[in-house]
Ligand binder design. Structure first.
Ligand code: 8ID
Ligand code: ZN
Ligand code: ZN
Length: 376
């Protein structure tokens, strides 16, 4: 059953009835029947900005009034349908949604109307398989993915499993926290996965994009020395302004591998691959420091990584995949943001302009993250 009220209605009367009454009345009256969304009916097909019904939360779900949503490169992959995993169709994309809880199903616990909540890539999972049991919920065979198998945050009202939805502290800037909900969590987890220790070098390949611009800052906050790799002067400026110790422009460097080996005196101890380039990922296996770790995060379509076995063994390197993060990673990544240790380099546009964001992203022209305002 869909309910708008919450457990507060069972609290004993303590004489503060007015604010509670107003809150419920205003909540009920502000949920419309229809809303604006960007929806597509076939992969790569037209992106329609139109009115669609407001979804009803299932018993375990929150209904979140999404105010802002980051635009992740994954949304572009989902629209194009270029991964070997089918999307739901028709689909509302988006999985970096930040908003306000306006409704919830009857079995939801631990949330109240008016709380700030985040919609993550992992919308929900079974919570009982061996992966969920060990907090690897994103590896759950039944994982439900926002903006992929579950309509996501490119709409004004979206549903999210209450167990997985991210708790956002009161007073947080919702436009700025939005990119933390996928990009931030993902790179924070990938940096942990790299095993790099404070004082050691980490290379961020794709450092000026949505994930990369946050990875540079999380890495600095974690005490690492950071080498950023991306292409173009404006991207270099951004990466350095975020605190990177060194920048390699792959469009202007003849031998990228050699330049990185020299700048880090023998290679970075870890590499976070957040570019959407098979070539860049292949190079990371060559320049990673002996005993170091290459972390795969970016997902170029149909790409393969190969590693020459003799060097792999003699250098004793590791190649690891890293896929978003769990609930603890989410809490920690948001906490870094809330404490001011990472900032979101965002540009806000209207939800109706989403196709323009995809165009820029496709051309590699996005600096940091584009965030859509669902009211425009
Ligand atoms: O959990 C995960 N593994 C996860 C989570 C979120 C996103 C994976 N992703 C994936 C996305 O699906 C996408 O494939 O990570 C990739 C990057 O997402 P993004 O940061 O949202 O993309 P972006 O903003 O377009 O940034 C990509 C950057 O890579 C640079 C571009 O210039 C851009 O700044 N880049 C490219 I393309 N080729 C490069 C190269 N050869 C390069 N940088 C260095 N060298
Ligand atoms: Zn994402
Ligand atoms: Zn599971």
């Amino acid at each position: 059953m869909f309910r708008l009220a919450n457990s507060q209605s069972f609290r004993p009367f303590v004489g503060v009835v007015r604010p509670l009454t107003l809150r419920l009345v205003s909540t009920v009256s502000t949920i419309p029947k229809t809303q604006k969304a960007v929806i597509f009916y076939e992969n790569g097909g037209e992106l329609h900005y139109k009115d669609i019904p407001v979804p009803k939360p299932k018993p375990n779900e929150l209904l979140i009034n999404v105010k802002y949503s980051g635009v992740c490169h994954t949304d572009l992959h989902a629209w194009k349908g270029d991964w070997p995993l089918a999307t739901k169709l028709p689909l509302v994309g988006g999985h970096e949604g930040a908003g306000v809880v306006v409704g919830m199903g009857e079995s939801v616990r631990g949330w109240k109307i008016g709380d700030l909540a985040g919609i993550k890539w992992l919308n929900g999972s079974c919570m009982s398989c061996e992966y969920c049991e060990q907090s690897h919920e994103s590896n759950c065979p039944e994982a439900d993915l926002s903006g992929y198998t579950h309509d996501g945050s490119f709409q004004q009202y979206a549903t999210a499993d209450a167990v997985q939805a991210a708790k956002i502290p009161d007073g947080t800037n919702l436009a700025e926290v939005a990119p933390i909900l996928c990009a931030g969590i993902t790179v924070y987890k990938a940096l942990k996965t790299s095993g790099v220790k404070s004082g050691e070098w980490v290379a961020i390949s794709g450092a000026a994009g949505g994930l990369g611009s946050l990875a540079v800052q999380y890495a600095k906050a974690m005490g690492f020395r950071v080498l950023g790799i991306d292409g173009g002067e404006d991207k270099g400026q951004l990466v350095k302004s975020l605190g990177a110790d060194h920048f390699v422009d792959y469009t202007k460097t003849n031998d990228v591998v050699d330049a990185i080996l020299k700048a880090t005196s023998g290679g970075p101890h870890g590499v976070i691959n957040v570019s959407v380039s098979e070539k860049a990922i292949a190079q990371s296996v060559e320049y990673v420091r002996p005993t170091g770790t290459v972390v795969l995060v970016g997902l170029p379509a149909n790409a393969v990584i190969s590693s020459e076995i003799f060097s792999h063994v003699i250098k004793t390197i590791n190649i690891k995949g890293s896929y978003v993060g769990n609930r603890a990673d989410t809490r920690e990544a948001i906490d870094f943001y809330t404490r001011g240790l990472v900032k979101s380099p965002i540009r806000v546009i209207g939800l109706s302009e989403l196709p323009h964001a995809y165009e820029l992203m496709e051309k590699g022209k996005v600096l940091g993250r584009i965030v859509v305002d669902t009211s425009k």
